[in-house]
Design a protein around this ligand. Structure first.
Ligand code: FAD
Length: 459
């Protein structure tokens, strides 16, 4: 039987449920479809569980360092992986249940559980059900890429999703991929007690960042006993008895790494290949991302794409912002756009990296005149007092307009402190506004004005 609604939302990630809430509140009937876990990646296999595990890893790390602070824990520190997993599953589970209950009790909202597929630009099938609407919002997110590396099908491997079920300590975890996801898992499992090797194909970790950031992060990880193998050009896997051999062919070091478990963290792909987009005529790019304009409209009138599947962002806050943009345009006559958004994200290694705007390398490439300020965390009182002085903060400003172009804080509290810079960027205010602001002592943020008072030409 076909049922008609005013709107259909596909996916219950970071944008879909809020879209459903706003549309139903505006008097529309909405069908929302979820094929797996309510809340999507962030809640179930991304931000929430990983940051919960990062917190467990931090506790273990600080317990091992306790004597440095004059604290004795009595005996050696060990980690109960079952408890770590339970805590993670509990936090993520509550969040997922919260989203499900919210949707199921939402007035004028009908929840469908199953795989949604376009049958035409206005019709979706979910199993035997057929639903139609004049407005369709795609919020299908993405999943881990499994690269076609030789031997990958002959060994067991984890992705970010299956890692959520790990309730034991891998003796030696091989992490393939030296970017955001791989580094967070690598450091946390090292802190839980695993031997960890991170294999990266490129010449440095987190290659999107400036070279000084990559180098500092590598140093932080190596200091904790993580082995980093760069320039791993021809990664391949094979079984060696109980162990897994990963061929790395690096320019330096042993050509092979022997470990007990493998985590693949080499990127993500959009969940658009099994959505029947061809039947709706919705255009995707070469990598499968749905093509959208600045207000997230696809090429088919009445169909929008939000979140990771449109390739305009890869974060929870960008997916949520997509919901704000779409509903502002649809319901408030407010022409909000993706291009109003300033790049901002964090990498949750410890200490974390908070990043906004352009990197120094991007500013150099743009050819504009700029000023740069940099300060090591060894010269930040709050970091010294906390005994966490690794990393540095850096800011780049336009020498002519005096606006902030970008900044990064790799250091304790960097994920929070970076927001004072971000807000000044949104205000399009000159950097002197924050330079003259009186920040609270002792905080990491208080050194941002100081750093801005010591800017040097970017040469
Ligand atoms: C390990 C890891 C850690 C991360 N940490 C952070 C972080 O700290 N901060 C941050 O901002 N971001 C983080 N991210 C990224 C963040 O999780 C994503 O950017 C965010 O979840 C994207 O939300 P979304 O709404 O686009 O899609 P998703 O959250 O992926 O939701 C999509 C939903 O659509 C459903 N779906 C897909 N296809 C269909 C279909 N055909 N029919 C019905 N339902 C369908 C899926 O089951 C899913 O529930 C992390 C990601 C990973 C993998």
């Amino acid at each position: 039987m076909t049922q008609n609604f005013d709107a259909i939302v596909i996916g219950t990630g970071q944008a879909g449920p809020s879209v459903a809430q706003r549309l139903t509140a505006a008097g529309m009937t909405v069908a929302i479809v979820e094929r797996k876990l309510f809340g999507g990646t962030c809640v179930n296999t991304g931000c929430t569980p990983t940051k919960t595990m990062v917190a467990s890893a931090y506790a273990a790390h600080m317990a091992r360092r306790a004597s440095e602070y004059g604290v004795s824990v009595g005996g050696s520190v060990s980690v109960d992986m079952r408890r770590v997993r339970e805590r993670q599953a509990d936090v993520a589970g509550k969040s997922s249940t919260g989203v499900e209950n919210w949707l199921r009790t939402m007035k004028n909202c009908t929840v469908y559980q199953g795989h949604a597929r376009f049958e035409s630009p206005r019709e979706i099938s979910v199993g035997a059900d057929r639903i139609t609407a004049d407005k369709i919002f795609i919020n299908v997110g993405g999943r881990a890429t499994v690269p076609e590396m030789p031997g990958v099908d002959q060994v067991e491997y984890f992705t970010n999703s299956s890692m959520m079920h790990v309730d034991f300590l891998p003796r030696h975890l091989i992490v393939v991929g030296g970017s955001y996801v791989g580094l967070e898992f690598g450091q946390m499992f090292r802190r839980f007690g695993s031997e960890v090797t991170i294999i990266e194909m490129g010449p440095r970790l987190v290659q999107r960042e400036d070279e000084d950031v990559s180098a500092a992060i590598q140093e932080i990880l190596e200091r904790e006993g993580i082995t980093v193998r760069l320039n791993a050009k021809c990664i391949a896997f094979s079984r060696r008895g109980e162990e897994i051999a990963a061929r790395v062919d690096c320019t330096a070091g042993s050509p092979e790494v022997l470990g007990t478990h493998v985590l693949l963290a080499v990127g993500r792909r959009p969940n658009t290949d099994d959505l029947g987009l061809d039947k709706a005529g919705v255009a995707v790019d070469a990598r499968g991302y749905i093509q959208v304009d600045d207000q997230l409209r696809t090429n088919v009138p009445g169909i929008w794409a939000l979140g990771d599947c449109n390739g305009k962002g890869a974060f929870t806050h960008t997916a949520y912002n997509d919901y704000e943009i779409v509903t502002a345009n649809l319901l408030e006559n407010d022409p909000r756009r993706v291009s109003d958004r300033i790049t901002a994200y964090a990498l949750y290694v410890d200490p974390p990296l908070g990043r906004v705007g352009m990197t120094e390398a991007e500013v150099r490439k743009s050819g504009r005149k700029a000023l740069v300020g940099k300060r090591p965390m060894t010269r930040v009182s709050r970091a010294i007092e906390k005994g966490e002085t690794q990393g540095f903060m850096k800011i780049v400003v336009d020498a002519e307009t005096r606006e902030i172009l970008g900044a990064g804080i790799l250091g304790v509290g960097g994920d929070e402190a970076i927001h004072s810079v971000l807000d000044v960027m949104y205000a399009k205010a000159p950097y002197s506004v924050i330079q003259r602001a009186v920040h609270i002592h002792p905080t990491v943020s208080e050194l941002i004005p100081t750093m801005l008072g010591e800017l040097q030409p970017l040469v």
